[in-house]
Design a protein around this ligand. Structure first.
Ligand code: C2O
Ligand code: CU
Ligand code: CU
Length: 457
């Protein structure tokens, strides 16, 4: 199927999908004037950053920053990003976790043609859900994300919440050596295992930064794992914190202890800053990622009570009684189709017996599943490997129902961290027409087979 035909086919369907962009002329006119604060002019371009003191790293940035510029939108409103490719290679932007029309999803040859150097594209969509999201290319992902093309997209709730203060923390381990030079983003023997990890931990592009907290206040701390490979085992010893949202979607507030945040995943915490000076680490297992610091003193707790739960997002509740079940097996096959020098893709990983090849566009005509628009489905996901996989779906949000490894309180997400040898069930309503990528967010795994497409029509 050619791109243009697909765009026509999916474009028409996509416009009626979420009801937002396709609402018709009348509603366009009735919509209040656009808030210019929510419109962006964004460029991806090379830039030098200093990750290792005294050394330059040839990064790639969005909006002159790596990690990229923070974008904000308001729930239920449009965000318009006029994006220019200032790189010397093709790219796109994918909006991770946002339920949007397929033609805005940023997948080359599905949503749009790859954007060549110098080209501009207008991303323009309504954001139905509030929460912590992010954006990144869906092209040459190992290198482009690895060099810094990852940025947070924060969607503010339509109504004010109980939070006044906020910190956005982007976690990324850079693939650099002691001189700040890039090392390999992907090493085959690592890709065949847990993925190739970077060695320098950073929060907002800084190694071991100090993050100030206002004394006596409660702060919404948004932690975003925008790393290619690493699952952070987050803990905040020394501070009192509650979990408010997972991957953008609110949960009933509950005490925060430890959380495994896989690549692509996000967690929103409420952190209570004491009213006397304090230093407390943000930890990844035994290691430190950053230090929270309260430097001032306030006479009393300014804000003593935890805010109430965040309002839930308008995600359709799957009809579990009538849902059709679909099995997805994630498997290690450990092979080379043929040597890379001969143009063969590495395929260490498969979904239902098929390794996705990002260079073979005919893969797009063989989605792993075809869902009927409006129907509910239960995905029975089985990890048949010794490595964990953050399984991510585009365009829709699924509800995690159960796992054979841990007790699950059902919650909505776009990315589920499927542990080694774990089986888990998730459910969704196929309410967004399009061809949606479904893949592991360990970029090494995704680029060596662990990806497929799900068609909703
Ligand atoms: Cu962050 Cu294909 O996604
Ligand atoms: Cu995505
Ligand atoms: Cu994986």
């Amino acid at each position: 199927m050619t791109v243009s035909r697909r765009q026509v086919l999916l474009g028409a369907a996509g416009l009626s999908g979420l009801g937002a962009l396709g609402a018709g002329v009348g509603q366009w006119l009735a919509r209040p004037a656009l808030n210019p604060d929510y419109d962006y002019r964004l460029t991806a371009a090379p830039l030098e950053i200093e990750l290792v003191p005294g050394f330059k790293t040839p990064a790639l940035g969005y909006g002159g920053q790596a990690p990229g510029q923070l974008l904000r939108a308001k729930q239920g409103e449009r965000i318009r990003v006029r994006f220019t490719n200032g790189l010397d290679q093709a790219t796109t932007i994918h909006w991770h976790g946002i339920r949007l029309p397929i033609e805005m999803d940023g997948v080359p040859f599905v949503s749009q043609l790859p954007m060549l150097p110098g080209e501009t594209f207008d991303y323009d969509f309504v954001v139905p859900d509030a929460g912590s999201y992010w954006y990144h290319p869906h092209k040459a992902s190992g290198e482009q994300l690895g060099r810094g093309l990852v940025g947070p997209l924060i969607v503010d709730e339509a109504q004010p919440t109980g939070f006044v203060h906020e910190r956005v923390l982007v976690l990324k381990n850079w693939h650099v050596d002691e001189q700040g030079a890039f090392t390999d983003f992907s090493v085959p023997r690592e890709a065949a295992r847990g993925g190739t990890p970077g060695r320098l931990t950073t929060v907002n592009g800084l190694h071991l930064p100090v993050i100030d907290l206002p004394a006596g206040e409660i702060v919404r701390v948004r932690l975003l794992n925008l790393d290619n490979t690493v699952t952070y085992r987050l803990a905040l010893p020394g501070l009192s914190a509650m979990v408010y949202a997972l991957d953008g979607n609110p949960v009933a507030p509950q005490p925060f202890k430890e959380y495994w945040l896989g690549p692509g995943m996000r967690i929103d915490l409420a952190v209570k800053a004491p009213n006397t000076p304090l230093k407390a680490p943000l930890k990844d297992g035994l290691f430190r990622l950053a230090e929270f610091a309260v430097t001032e003193r306030s006479t009393a707790m300014v804000q003593a009570d935890w805010p109430k739960a965040l309002p839930s997002n308008p995600v359709a509740e799957p009809d579990l009684q009538n849902a059709e079940r679909i099995a997805f097996n994630f498997e290690w096959v450990g092979g080379l189709s043929k040597p890379k020098a001969e143009g063969g893709a590495l395929n260490f990983w498969q979904i239902n017996g098929v390794a996705w090849d990002g260079n073979d566009r005919s893969c797009l005509t063989r989605p792993a599943a075809r869902l009927r628009l409006g129907r509910s489905y239960i995905f029975e996901m089985r990890n048949l490997s010794q490595y964990q996989h953050p399984i991510h779906i585009h365009g829709m949000t699924f509800k995690v129902l159960s796992s054979n490894r841990k007790k699950i309180t059902p919650y909505f997400t776009d990315t589920y961290l499927l542990g080694r040898n774990e089986s888990a069930k998730v459910a969704l309503v196929a309410d967004n027409p399009g061809l949606w990528m479904f893949h592991c967010h360990v970029i090494d795994h995704m680029e060596t087979g662990l990806m497929t497409a799900i068609e909703v029509a």
